[in-house]
Design a protein around this ligand. Structure first.
Ligand SMILES: [Zn+2]
Length: 340
């Protein structure tokens, strides 16, 4: 089969690889219908995380081609969506809705999802079958549910977005944009997108943003306060993971408000005294996408949301290297890789 290998920072190749096989009775093998490149794949691409001949990709939708003897909830031929962490969905942590912290957690697509086939561990707890085989135009949205939509949704839930709330969103990548969509669906009254890119601002508005703030840092915080009677937002979504974005999120939140942080943290350190006097709630981390998948799949299936719009570039798997370049250079918000 063909699959993406990142040899080293900046060196992405599509190569002939062995097809994955069932290793554990709880495994499933899927044939991918589409895959995509994640903002977090750019960290190793830019040398900010170690990488050495690593199979890439952790977002996936596809058709089950083989299951282990112990798999009961999905069967060969099912169209499935799963999360970037595999979980049993039965332990106490999973049942509380934190499947990304499952006591049996492991990578959801360890063999790499930017490829034709992938092995999914703990298939019963990880994969959710769609009501039938989707129309092709639903596939981008279902793929978005696998990570960026589920992550943006968790961020909005963690930030307690809801009726009567003003929500600010730090980060205009796919997760931030889908955090806007989630905040809208959860009933937020006002949604402030922090973005300085016209194309992303337009999509933010389409997903439900009511205001745009272009400033960053101190000026960005001041702009949020100016829009909220000097108080700050009730709910702030942090979808970047840098020191600047995290501080911007915390400082843009009113006392008693909530920060939902889902940008993978890179060299962020928080001053204890600043945090103490901020009076804000912080909740976040790797999103338990699995918690939200049944609901998100149904919303997509019923065509009530269209998160697939975050894919603004579609390329064949063979051109994955160009996809990485386009995202690295911010020529694309998110790249979909077509397979087969
Ligand atoms: Zn579990």
């Amino acid at each position: 089969m063909r699959g993406v290998i990142m040899h080293s920072a900046g060196d992405v190749r599509v190569e002939e690889r062995d097809e994955p096989t069932i290793l554990e009775p709880t495994d499933a093998i899927i044939r991918l219908s589409a895959s995509c490149i994640c903002g977090s794949d750019l960290w190793p691409y830019r040398g900010a995380e170690p990488v050495d001949h690593t199979p890439m990709g952790h977002e996936y939708v596809g058709v089950v081609t083989e299951v282990g003897d112990a798999v009961r909830n999905v069967k060969v031929g099912d169209f499935v969506v799963g999360s970037f962490f595999a979980s049993d969905n039965t332990c106490e942590i999973c049942r509380a809705g934190y499947q990304t912290h499952c006591v049996h957690r492991q990578p959801g697509a360890a063999t790499g999802a930017q490829s034709e086939y992938c092995r999914i561990p703990l298939a019963d707890g990880t994969l959710v079958a769609t009501p039938g085989h989707p129309d092709p135009e639903l596939i981008p949205s279902l793929l978005a549910a696998s990570d960026v939509l589920g992550t943006g949704w968790f961020a909005a839930v963690a930030a307690e977005a809801g009726p009567g709330k003003t929500v600010a969103v730090v980060g205009d990548g796919a997760v931030g944009l889908l955090g806007i969509l989630a905040a809208k669906e959860l009933g937020a009254e006002r949604i402030i997108a922090m973005s300085r890119h016209a194309d992303r601002q337009a999509l933010a508005r389409e997903f439900g943003a009511t205001d745009i703030v272009e400033e960053r840092g101190d000026a960005g915080v001041a702009a949020i306060k100016a829009l909220t009677n000097g108080l700050g937002a009730h709910s702030v979504i942090e979808a970047v993971g840098t020191q600047e974005s995290m501080m911007q999120a915390i400082r843009a939140t009113r006392p008693g408000g909530h920060v939902g942080y889902v940008g993978v943290s890179h060299d962020v350190s928080l001053d204890g005294l600043d945090l103490f006097f901020s009076g804000v709630h912080l909740h976040g981390g790797p999103a338990p996408v699995r918690r939200f998948l049944p609901e998100l799949i149904q919303l997509i299936w019923d065509r009530k949301i269209d998160p697939g719009k975050v894919f603004d570039l579609s390329l064949p798997l063979e051109e994955a290297a160009e996809g990485y370049r386009a995202m690295d250079e911010r020529r694309a918000i998110k790249v979909l890789l077509t397979i087969g």
